[in-house]
Ligand binder design. Structure first.
Ligand code: ATP
Ligand code: MG
Length: 458
């Protein structure tokens, strides 16, 4: 790009700045999104809302990804209809959320999330202000506004684009369209204020940089390292959901490296950070976990949160177990005590549902059983539902240079025996922990894309 162009663009950006709260309107020819890229169900929702006299737009990731030629994970709609009005309009919908109400419109397994335009917390003109705490964090954010207000409270400019189906235009705020073309992650508004309002935006910046291969604009990037400790204010269940989005969407390795660079990883996994910072094996182990996770996702295989968490906490587990062994405790009790301690400390940062901590402990527990039971009692180990995960874990350890004296190889060969084939054929299907199958949020995502949820925003 020529210097003249760059200067012109910078100048243009400055000139536009004052008008960030008014959209640039892009015609079909400019933005390039065709209706074929969009979910038919999402379009139905837009048409129905428009016909009933409401404004309605696709917004956020689905517009951004369609513009970039990628498959959106899910489709979000923003409207000036209230949740109750939306709910009345669609028989196949349900109101969700107590503090911040949203509507889910259900089409089989696809869920279209419809949100009413929200306004920014500092809107002087609105009597029902959104509430911020002492630190500036948004505590309650349930105030309705116009599309312009709604755009101002989106996180990044590339996420503040709205697609209308009545005239096929895209409304782009604060230069979002140009930023998407320039591959730039830029926060809406003043970065420090926006991070203070919701520190999760820091990890979202990293997530989008990794996922889209974008750069983080200077002012958006600058405060992150200093403000990273604000992540401590975020409730552990929300961080658990964020961790799944960060690492189980196919870009784990890049995301992990960026998170470490920006001092955010230690806010999510403090014990793991301590290990990788001063132990080469731990560093290799965690990197390899990220690589293997990405490879599995790219080849369409499933990845389970419990395997991922078991791997991430393994170096810390070994460290703590060693301390107990040195105090004279036998290996099994030392392992169990270390497992409880490590999980307990991790739960301070990210919650981990019981349905995952139980199999995590089983994988760890089986590591020693794999060694003992090789030979005559192999079948006892092979019968376990956790056999496959624990075996993969053995291979991961060996892959990272642990000398297990050919253990992985022994169990690989064992799986060719008639004994194993018989066991595998008769293994009971894994018990389901979820009682009822719920519709999925997306029609295209992997089962591991946990529901992204604006409900969990502050
Ligand atoms: P993905 O492809 O990962 O789903 P996305 O941009 O759709 O990316 P979501 O988490 O699904 O991300 O959120 C949808 C939209 O809601 C975002 O594009 C953004 O406009 C808005 N949003 C989500 N989280 C925040 C937040 N913490 N602060 C402000 N706006 C947010
Ligand atoms: Mg989304």
């Amino acid at each position: 790009m020529s210097i003249v162009n760059t200067v012109a663009r910078l100048f243009n950006r400055k000139a536009k700045k004052a008008d960030d709260c008014k959209p640039e309107i892009l015609q079909r020819k400019e933005h390039g999104i065709s209706r074929r890229q969009l979910s038919e169900n999402a379009l139905k929702v837009l048409y129905r809302l428009n016909t009933a006299g409401y404004q309605a737009y696709l917004v956020g990731g689905c517009v951004r990804d369609s513009m970039l030629g990628a498959h959106p994970k899910d489709f979000d709609v923003a409207t000036n209809a209230t949740p109750e009005q939306v709910n009345q309009l669609f028989r196949n919908s349900r109101l969700i959320g107590r503090r911040f109400k949203l509507v889910h419109v259900l089409f089989g397994r696809e869920v279209i999330e419809v949100a009413t335009f929200r306004t920014s917390p500092k809107d002087e003109h609105n009597s029902q202000q959104a509430k911020t705490g002492d630190s500036g964090m948004i505590l309650r954010d349930n105030v309705y506004g116009t599309i312009d207000d709604d755009a101002m409270r989106r996180d990044f400019t590339i996420n503040a684009m709205y697609y209308a189906v009545d005239d096929f235009t895209v409304r782009s705020y604060a230069n979002g369209y140009q930023d998407a073309k320039d591959k730039l992650i830029r926060l809406m508004g003043d970065p420090e204020t926006r991070y203070r309002e919701d520190p999760v935006r820091m990890i979202r910046a990293i997530r989008f940089a990794a996922k889209l291969d974008f750069s983080i604009e200077e002012k958006t990037e600058a405060p992150i390292k200093v403000m990273a400790p604000l992540m401590g204010q975020i409730p552990a269940p929300r961080l658990f959901e964020e961790v799944l989005k960060l690492f189980l969407s196919g870009n784990a390795l890049v995301t992990y490296r960026l998170l470490r660079e920006y001092k955010l990883f230690k806010e999510l996994f403090p014990l793991t950070e301590q290990c990788v910072a001063d132990d080469e094996f731990a560093a290799r182990f965690v990197e390899q976990t990220m690589i293997n996770t990405d490879t599995r996702i790219q080849s369409g295989k499933s990845v389970t949160p419990y395997y991922f968490f078991a791997a991430l906490l393994w170096p810390s587990l070994q460290r703590v177990q060693k301390e107990f062994l040195e105090q004279g405790m036998p290996p099994q009790p030392a392992l169990h005590k270390a497992a409880s301690r490590v999980i307990e400390q991790q739960l301070v940062r990210t919650s981990i549902p019981k349905r995952f901590t139980i199999p995590m402990k089983e994988i760890w527990d089986m590591q020693a059983r794999f060694e003992k039971k090789k030979g005559k009692k192999a079948s006892e180990v092979a019968e376990s539902n956790r056999f496959r995960a624990a075996y993969d874990f053995i291979l991961l350890r060996e892959q990272c240079g642990e000398n297990l004296r050919g253990l992985g190889n022994w169990w690989t060969k064992y799986q060719d025996t008639e004994e194993y084939k018989h066991i595998a054929a008769n293994r009971k299907p894994e018990e389901r922990h979820t009682k009822k199958r719920r519709p999925r949020r997306t029609n295209r995502g992997t089962p591991n894309d946990r529901q992204r949820s604006r409900r969990s925003e502050p």
